[in-house]
Structures are given as structure tokens and as C-alpha cells.
Design a protein around this ligand. Structure first.
Ligand code: KIV
Ligand code: ZN
Length: 501
């Protein structure tokens, strides 16, 4: 009989902390519902004290989701815990996740404190959270660099205070898998009362060891893993959910089972990538575009003779529909709708499907084949519907030996504006023209152009960061014309200059 491993997804908290990955509440609800369909046990929905947006998202996700536990993060601070408890009031199953740094570096430099005082603060936070909820998870931040003997004392104290889960984060991604394994095993063997709590892993990927560490944590006795979709998260990211789920599916001998419906992995990955404007690297394990693509002659030959020669997982097990209908300008609305549903897009609103289908036909006129990324891009296209500034038209003349010239038209809350400018390239000319209409002191800080797949007719994706009034704003644009995509990304940034004149 296999042990049950609980999957704690922190895409909407640790993942969403990544610059440029911020989602609005509607998008977060969409992701949370998809995580519920995927079968995650706990959804970390946010850090409610950090902003009114996070607070509100935890409330709305709590209302929208039925069976997973909704978790809210706090520091070991009473006010944080009060706000987290308030944000969880509609959750059917609720958890407060509180904690404090336990490594010497954290104790000395972050808290200017000492080991005994940190234990007192940890215990006080757990007891305070217990006033509100039964299910309290404690995290010992930087546990990866905390010595095991002291860590065991902290864990014993918080379990005695009522913690139901103890999270042992490798916050800096420093641990070696064997060291992390020993750490978890040490806690299992040396903490009095550890059977009253579940030990959780939370591994970061700074040295590319997050998945290996998480797996070793499970081998050492952890029965909850904290993961994100596509491994997104602070710096180099967190352990990716899809990797852990598929390792456990492929290696039944490990003897732990999850509740994950692995066929929902691919649609969930696409949804998160698209909503967060965060491309998945093509060679990413399990969900990368090339994860199941056999390109060398020897491999193709082997796979054609018998798929077991080079394939350890069936693509269908992760929800990759190999026989998907190729979408072209001749594809009907039903084919598009089917593809959208496979990709995890909500297709219940027929009017919205109609709008996406019209945009699909326009794009299919320009491209031979519409890819999954294109479909996700089209499905998200109406995210700009509420923007007050929209690109009306753009005309650019450019080429070798001539200075680029751009004319631009903007629609600002229904009023039309036009301007023209020259520049050292088409994007420079277009943005200079735009700046003649929008007279704000803004500076372009980062600019990345990416083709989604292959082919000169492909959709280009543009990610931008613009600095305005001391803050950075992230924008995104996607178009078969990369100059238009760039201007759209710039306008996306400007539309986010909230409440600033
Ligand atoms: O990495 C970390 O230590 C965390 C904690 C806040 C759980 O994200
Ligand atoms: Zn983390």
C-alpha cells in the first residue's frame, strides 16, 4: 500500500512573486480552478498582508474553489496572521502558513536576534494562528542552511504548539540532495512528537537541484511537497509540480502516490505560461515543446519500431494530444473550441469563443499553421479590453541605408491621437512617435523578442519593462509583426501606470 504524498502548489504565491508574472484576480481564479481540476491538495493563494490585491485574491479564490485547502502566507507577526485569517473566511478548508528564518545568517542579519528568541517567536506565531484555524503550517526559512540540531529544537517546539505541518525550505537552493535527505531523516528520528505533523519540502532551484532535493526529502520521510507549475518562482524557481508528479508515476517503487490527474499537466502548464507571459524552455522536462520530440534519425527509427526504445512516458499521460488536429485557416469553430478546451481554456462563454474564432481566422490568414501557443495568445487577447490606451494603427518604413519612420495612431479612452517620428530602427521610431502623444518621463529598461515556435510567419512575443516614477512596469505584446508586438508591449506597460498622473 503506497503512502499518500500531499501536493502543495505555490504557483500563485512563490511563483507569482516573480517580476513580470503578476496576475489579476480573475486570472488567479482561473489558475486556481485549473489546479483544483489537476488534483492539487493545497493551493497557496497569496501573502494577504503584502497588498490589497493579494488579500482580495485569497478571498476570491476561497470562494471559487471547493475541495483543496486554501493557504495564506504570513510572517511570524500577529498583524499578518489577523489579515490572513480574515482573507480565508470563505475557504471551505483553510490553512495559515506562518514562519521565521532559522539559519544563523537570518537570525543575525535579518532579525538581529538569537536562537532562543527565534524559538519563542515561532511558538508564539503558531499559537496565535491556532486561535483562528486548526491547520497551521510552520516554515523555518533557510532551513537548508540551518544546523540540524537547532532545526530539530525549532520543529519540536512548533509541533508542540500545534503546527500540523512543518515546512523545511531550502530557501537558497544550496543543499545537496544527500544533505537534504539527511536533514529530513534527522527530523523524523530526533523530534519528539514529529508523528503529529507532516514534514514538507520547499526547494528552490538555484543550483538546478530543486527536483532532486524534493525527491530526496520524500525518500527521507516528507509527505508534503511544495511545488509550482513549470517550476516558476523566485530567482531560478521552485521545484516543478509536473516533474515530481511524473517521477512518482514512472517510479512506482518509491511507494508514494499523489492525487494528481497527470493528463491535466500539459493544459495547466500552457495556461500558466500564457497568463504569466512566461515561456516554457523548449527542453523543459515533461512540458517543454521538445520533451517528446525525437529529432535524431537513430531515435526516430527506434521510436517507430517500438516506442519503449526512447520514451519513458506516454505523452498522453501528461495530456499531450499527439493526434491533435492541425489548425489552419480552413479549420472550423468546433476544432478551435476543442483545442482550447484541451489547452485548459474556459469555453463556456460562446460569445467569447466567437470573438476568439474571428481573431483566429485573421491570424490564420497570415500564418500557415496555428500552434497551441497561438491559441493561448488569442484566448488571452481580450485581457487588453479594459485598457484605456489602445493601438489604433501603426505604419513603419524601414530598411538598409534609410532612417526608419513611424506613424502611430492611439485610441485613448475613445479619443484618437496621431504622431510620427524617425528613429534608428522601426521600434525606436514607433516608440518615439508614441512618446509624442503620451508625454510621460518613462524609460525602457528591458526588451525581449521571442518567436514562439518556428517559421518566419510565426507570432513574435515581446516582453518589456518600463520604468516610470520610480517603479518598474511589465508589459507584453504578441503579433506576427514584431514592431507592432513591441509597441503593444510598451502600451501594455503604460496601461499599468495606475493612479499616477
Ligand atoms: O523559500 C522560502 O523559504 C519560502 C518560505 C516563505 C516558505 O518561500
Ligand atoms: Zn520559496
Amino acid at each position: 500500500m503506497s503512502d499518500r504524498l500531499f501536493i502543495f502548489d505555490t504557483t500563485l504565491r512563490d511563483g507569482e512573486q516573480v517580476p513580470g508574472c503578476q496576475l489579476n484576480t480573475v486570472e488567479k481564479i482561473q489558475v486556481a480552478k485549473q489546479l483544483e481540476a489537476l488534483g492539487v491538495d493545497i493551493i497557496e493563494a497569496g501573502f494577504p498582508i503584502s497588498s490589497p490585491g493579494d488579500f482580495n485574491s485569497v478571498i476570491e479564490i476561497s470562494k471559487a474553489v471547493t475541495w483543496p485547502t486554501i493557504c495564506a502566507l504570513t510572517r511570524a507577526v500577529e498583524k499578518d496572521i489577523d489579515v490572513a485569517a480574515e482573507s480565508l473566511k470563505y475557504a471551505k478548508h483553510k490553512r495559515i502558513h506562518t514562519g521565521i528564518g532559522t539559519s544563523d545568517a537570518h537570525i543575525k542579519y535579518k532579525f538581529n536576534s538569537n536562537r532562543e528568541e527565534i524559538i519563542e517567536r515561532a511558538v508564539a506565531a503558531v499559537k496565535y494562528a491556532k486561535r483562528y484555524v486548526e491547520d497551521v503550517e510552520f516554515y523555518a526559512e533557510d532551513a537548508g542552511r540551518t544546523d540540524n540540531e537547532y532545526l530539530a529544537r525549532v520543529v519540536e517546539a512548533v509541533v508542540k504548539a500545534g503546527a500540523t505541518v512543518v515546512n523545511i525550505p531550502d530557501t537558497t537552493g544550496y543543499c545537496l540532495p544527500t544533505v537534504y535527505y539527511e536533514k529530513i531523516k534527522y527530523l523524523k528520528e530526533h523530534v519528539d512528537g514529529i508523528d503529529k505533523a507532516i514534514i514538507s519540502t520547499h526547494c528552490h532551484n538555484d543550483l538546478g537541484m530543486a527536483t532532486a532535493n524534493t525527491l530526496h526529502g520524500v525518500l527521507g520521510g516528507a509527505r508534503q511537497v511544495e511545488v509550482t507549475i513549470n517550476g516558476i518562482g523566485e530567482r531560478a524557481g521552485n521545484t516543478s509540480l509536473e516533474e515530481i508528479a511524473m517521477i512518482l508515476k514512472c517510479h512506482k517503487g518509491i511507494g508514494v502516490d499523489t492525487n494528481i490527474n497527470t493528463t491535466k499537466i500539459y493544459p495547466t502548464s500552457r495556461m500558466v505560461s500564457s497568463l504569466m507571459n512566461m515561456p516554457v524552455q523548449p527542453n523543459k522536462a515533461v512540458v517543454g515543446r521538445n520533451a517528446f520530440a525525437h529529432s535524431s534519425g537513430i531515435h526516430q527509427d527506434g521510436v517507430l519500431k517500438n516506442v519503449n526504445t526512447y520514451e519513458i512516458m506516454n505523452p498522453k499521460d501528461v495530456g499531450l494530444d499527439e493526434n491533435s488536429i492541425v489548425l489552419t485557416a480552413r479549420s472550423g469553430r468546433a476544432a478551435l473550441k476543442y483545442r482550447m478546451s484541451v489547452l485548459g481554456v474556459d469555453v463556456s462563454d460562446e460569445q467569447k469563443v466567437d470573438q476568439i474564432y474571428e481573431a483566429f481566422l485573421r491570424l490564420a490568414d497570415k500564418k500557415k499553421e496555428i500552434t497551441d501557443d497561438d491559441v493561448m495568445m488569442l484566448a488571452g487577447a481580450d485581457r487588453t479590453a479594459s485598457h484605456s490606451i489602445k493601438l489604433d494603427f501603426l505604419q513603419v518604413t524601414t530598411g538598409l541605408g534609410v532612417r526608419s519612420v513611424a506613424s502611430i495612431g492611439l485610441d485613448i479612452s475613445g479619443q484618437k491621437f496621431e504622431a510620427a517620428a524617425t528613429g534608428n530602427g522601426p521600434v525606436d521610431a514607433a516608440i518615439k512617435a508614441l512618446k509624442k502623444i503620451i508625454l510621460k518621463q518613462m524609460t525602457l529598461k528591458e526588451f525581449t523578442i521571442q518567436a514562439i515556435s518556428k517559421g518566419s510567419d510565426d507570432v513574435g512575443k515581446v516582453h518589456m519593462q518600463v520604468e516610470y516614477d520610480g517603479s518598474l512596469y511589465y508589459g507584453f505584446g504578441a503579433n506576427t509583426d514584431i514592431v507592432t508586438a513591441s509597441v503593444e508591449a510598451y502600451i501594455d506597460c503604460i496601461n499599468k501606470f495606475k493612479n499616477k498622473s
